[in-house]
Ligand binder design. Structure first.
Ligand SMILES: C[S@@+](CC[C@H](N)C(=O)[O-])C[C@H]1O[C@@H](n2cnc3c(N)ncnc32)[C@H](O)[C@@H]1O
Length: 147
């Protein structure tokens, strides 16, 4: 037991996000996919490997800027984040005090919450305020047309 503990503590610590760390994680990912971890988790092998790759990327980018995390698709709704990030960046370049983000059709507000989360991060990156506006008719999605 003591021997096992000693051997464990002798192990070299690989810094998180380092090239070696990522190579190890990618190797582990390949093994898991080869071993058929998907069906084991009750998911298709493709879905399982995509989720694992996502987590590998998250680790790889954990020390990266929010902009890089957006481009790697690691934030929730990266398509929202990208637009807000670019608008704030341009606003700063043009010397604007503020830019506005508008969502037409907010529904239950899930998208608005996501926008708020991105804005919190992005306002730290650029010298510009991001104002959020949401609209909704309150009538729900329109029915299908032409059917
Ligand atoms: C699918 S939900 C929105 C979900 C939300 N965007 C999100 O990501 O969480 C669509 C919403 O659009 C609204 N809507 C439909 N037509 C609209 C219009 N012409 N102007 C504003 N809101 C509209 C509906 O009332 C509905 O609440």
């Amino acid at each position: 037991m003591r021997e096992a503990k000693r051997r464990a503590s002798d192990k070299k610590l690989i810094p998180l996000g380092s090239t070696e760390c990522m190579a190890n994680l990618n190797r582990a990912l390949e093994v898991l996919v080869d071993e058929g971890v998907g069906p084991l988790l009750g998911q298709s092998a493709l879905y399982a490997s995509e989720r694992l790759q996502h987590w590998v990327n998250r680790l790889a980018y954990s020390n990266s800027s929010y902009g890089h995390q957006i481009m790697a698709g690691l934030v929730d709704r990266p398509y929202y984040a990208y637009c807000i990030h670019e608008a704030a960046k341009l606003g700063e370049i043009l010397g604007y005090d503020a830019v506005s983000v508008l969502e037409f059709g907010v529904g239950d507000g899930t998208g608005l919450e996501n926008i708020e989360m991105h804005v919190e991060e992005i306002e730290d990156l650029f010298d510009v305020e991001v104002e959020i506006y949401g609209f909704d008719t309150g009538e729900g999605p329109p029915g299908p047309r032409g059917v």
